[in-house]
Design a protein. Structure first.
Length: 465
């Protein structure tokens, strides 16, 4: 099977490093809010990769982390920790926030038939491993201490910028004004931050109380669970220039070689041709799609239509046609179920080899879906074709063996409902205390998530856009 490697910018034949178990690391979600459908596209791509490897007879050892500390509001070293910020805003502990959004995430990937990776480690459970990693980098000379933390010295690592093909010396001229003058290079990044007493999440370390940088968690957990060398690392394309560049630098600094051989990145999902962002209110969740009448399987079908390396533009027209197509496909397939028409073995073999060729050509799922459509439309109706289609669905994962469901019910998740009601109550309290700025903040933040509040005589109600 062929895959495209971002590191070499080449498509090549994949073979596992050792035995027939493929070791994979995927950057998991930062659990400070609901994962949106863009995030989900990346995990659907990760799932196609898993399923295609399984189709080819490989076993999998796959780790996907849960980022519950360290990811700052920017992907670099600026701003507050995302967990800290949400905890402060929602008046909860970061651990409560993490637990809630992790469970919603895991439930959502299950609804999308995304196989759960064998290992789902949490960053906060691996602080010791991260500290040891940072100590190692200090020993090998790739890290240095400043008054506010431990930083990676990118000038020591000659391959820095290889993954993203960026020259950091050229970029230096245009770099933002540095807040931290102790850094040796503007692109040096934090491995460990010393915490001030107000920071909620902090741990003891050889450098006093503090918390890890974001990038170190993936290097430390990858090493712990997959070893010094593993086969594949995945993530979204936004991770190429910062997060993954830094992961490579960290591992090379400690071990003298990169950990992952293949780096595979999923392209972004756009909405109406533009960026998805909370401030534009277009970061839909699976629940919101469901409320609008699109089941998770319709969304998955929608994702099948673009190669993972291509941008995918989300529109509701696109979802409507995905919904229709999925229904039509199932109707066609139903005609084959139990049918006794005779189809040549040669025809069946051609179909399956076309399908396999597509998935093994760098996960060409849109082409593979086309082959399934050709099977479904085949004039002679035969249960042998039905069986073949269901076999192909072990890759597509769109429940082709299940009867089409009725229009999904308006199922506002009860947890979401509870959370919104809590926010409404907090807003009411703020209004009573004449803290109108806080009341507006709550309203605006909900609006940014598509949750619109309406004040009526009977109280405040909400609708989800
Ligand atoms: P985060 O929770 O921000 O760490 O993101 C989780 C995953 O979603 C990462 O692999 C990101 O690269 C990916 N991601 C974020 N936004 C999008 C998007 N609009 N389309 C596709 N993937 C995305
Ligand atoms: Zn990562």
């Amino acid at each position: 099977m062929k895959l495209y490697n971002t590191l070499t910018r080449q498509k090549g034949e994949f073979t596992p490093l050792k035995d027939d178990t493929v070791r994979i690391y995927s950057c998991g979600p930062t659990v400070y809010g609901y994962a949106h459908i863009g995030n989900m596209r990346t995990y659907v791509f990760m799932d196609f990769l898993r399923r295609t490897l399984q189709w080819n007879g490989y076993k999998l050892l796959h780790a996907m982390n849960i980022t519950d500390v360290g990811h700052l509001v920017s992907d670099g070293d600026d701003g507050e920790d995302k967990m800290n910020k949400t905890a402060r805003e929602q008046k909860k502990t970061p651990w409560e926030i993490a637990e809630y959004y992790t469970s919603v995430f895991l439930r959502d990937i299950e609804r999308l038939n995304i196989q759960r990776p064998e290992l789902v480690p949490k960053a906060t459970m691996h602080i010791q491993e991260m500290i040891e990693f940072v100590q190692g980098l200090l020993k090998t000379g790739y890290a240095y201490e400043t008054s506010d933390g431990i930083y990676y010295d990118i000038k020591k690592f000659k391959d820095y910028g290889r993954l993203s093909r960026m020259n950091f010396d050229e970029n230096q001229a245009g770099a933002r004004v540095e807040v931290n003058s102790e850094k040796r290079h503007p692109a040096d990044f934090a491995l460990w931050k010393k915490a001030d007493p107000t920071h909620i999440m902090q741990w003891e370390s050889p450098w006093g109380m503090g918390y890890p940088g974001w990038h170190i968690e993936c290097s430390a957990m990858g090493l712990k669970y997959l070893g010094e060398e593993f086969d594949i690392h995945t993530g979204g394309v936004d991770h190429i220039p910062i997060h993954h560049e830094n992961e490579i630098a960290q591992t090379c600094g400690l071990l003298g070689h990169p950990a992952a051989k293949w780096w595979i990145h999923g392209e972004f999902m756009l909405v109406d041709g533009g960026k998805m962002s909370k401030s534009l209110g277009n970061t839909y969740t699976l629940d919101q799609l469901q409320e609008k009448g699109y089941s998770p399987m319709v969304f998955r079908y929608f994702c099948l239509n673009a190669h993972y390396s291509q941008k995918l533009n989300f529109t509701f027209e696109g979802m409507d046609s995905a919904k229709k197509s999925l229904r039509n496909l199932k109707n066609q397939i139903k005609k084959h179920k139990g049918a006794d028409g005779q189809v040549d073995e040669e025809v069946l073999a051609t179909f399956i080899s076309e399908f396999e060729e597509a998935i093994n050509d760098d996960l060409n799922i849109p082409k593979a879906l086309g082959v399934v459509w050709n099977m479904a439309r085949y004039e002679t109706k035969s249960n042998k074709l039905y069986d073949l289609i269901i076999r192909c669905d072990s890759i597509l994962g769109i429940d082709l063996d299940k009867e089409d469901e009725e229009e999904p019910e308006n199922t506002v998740d009860s947890d979401l409902d509870r959370e919104i009601k809590e926010q409404i109550a907090l807003r009411l309290e703020a209004k009573k205390a004449k803290n109108y700025a806080e009341a507006d903040r709550i309203r605006n933040e909900l609006a940014a998530r598509g949750i619109i509040l309406t004040d009526t005589k009977e109280g405040t109600t909400y609708t989800i856009k």
